[in-house]
Design a protein around this ligand. Sequence first.
Ligand code: GDP
Ligand code: IMO
Ligand code: MG
Length: 427
Amino acid sequence: MKNCVVVGAQWGDEGKAKITDLLAQNADLIIRYQGGCNAGHTVVAHGKTFKFHLIPSGILYGNKICFIGNGTVILPEYFQQEIDGLKQENIDLSGLKVSPLASITMPWHTEIDGQSERTAGKGKIGTTKKGIGPTYTDKMQRIGLKVGDLYSETALSEKLDIILPVKNKQLKELYDLKTYTKEEVLELCKKYAEIFRPYVCFEWQELLRNAKKENKKVLFEGAQGVMLDVDFGTYPFVTSSNPVGGGAAVGSGYGPKEIDEVIGVAKAYVTRVGEGPFVTELEDEIGTLIQEIGHEFGVTTGRPRRCGWFDAVTMRYACLVGGLTSIALTKIDVFDNFDEIKICKAYKDIRDGQIYYDYPTDVFIHKYLEPVYEIMEGWCEDITKVRKYEDLPRNCRRYLERLEQLLETPISIVSVGPDREQTIFKN
Ligand code: GDP
Ligand code: IMO
Ligand code: MG
């Protein structure tokens, strides 16, 4: 195995965790490089379903190092809950490590997230309300706390003397929210220090240096997806981090030259949770059918996911900006009973008829765009037990080959069900 990044290539929930878990069997080190517990990652193995938010999906193997990198944001109480859940399942957590440079989501971050969403009106983003945006905002404003700060009393005290006056002013004047005393924050930080103590890895430089020297195989686990990327996604309807392949270097401490492959995970259709443009969205019985067959309900919030046909325009863009070297196509089995399947190969502007083959980055015109579809014949048979590419029905292979043509990127993995076993490696 080469060093590989697994990236969501659409709006999240593409089945990244299934692919990460699968590839993790040949990896030594698995690194989460961005996002926080806004992510909901499902792995089905040995007939059991595991749901992860922060902890890398590779943890199930027991003998891997799973590192939560500097680019992530961690809500300590959620982290603790996840740990407790895994301990109950007797999962070995001895390989779990957290970067001291990871940012901490404080209670005011979740409070601001909730309040901003409540008062945003038309500007509502439909966030997961896990404090993601406000935590990254403070990181960038340089008034955030990092995991490592919890272990130095004097540094923490000095930092809070700078942070709290700014934060309390914002909380009171901008958000009409409760303010915090230094004493109560210090008390919270003590609690957080205990939560992270068994996992915080101050020796992370040694960990990465040795991994390089010993040619260890590294798997970088992305959360969210390219279209939710704060730079390249449907801004402002995005998350606040960089899920793109390039984010793996920034969020881990590994250099870009260490990365050999970027696998973009995409569903055979598209889903989206929360607000924001979605040109191929189906607000009809086909959309409902895809939602039902695909069980399209959020892992983190339980919200129903909006569904639509495969969008080759955004996906071609995702291949470019996400740095994808190949695609893992998931949930293709959801179409097993469909007579026909549509692929959006261009957008048409209803105002003047202009055709777009390249993704228009000005999302405010997306409401004027309609999809230009190509219709493919379905295969109308059960493919969930197929394990070899050649054994897929002809129409299914045609569909996959057409996607490769439109995306100018090879498909390396085809997933035909949620289980580890239900996977076809194409090459
Ligand atoms: P992630 O956030 O990208 O890791 O994806 P989620 O876990 O949020 O959602 C993907 C869902 O699809 C999970 O319930 C998976 O078990 C399921 N899944 C993954 N691959 C397949 C597949 O090929 N077929 C079907 N039917 N389900 C799949
Ligand atoms: P995984 O890793 C799908 C969406 C939210 C919202 C926007 C901003 O499971 O693919 P945030 O809470 O991040 O500020 O919300 O991003 N979102 C996701 N959608 N899957 C995810 O993660 C998501 N994480 C955030 O619904 O639209
Ligand atoms: Mg998910």
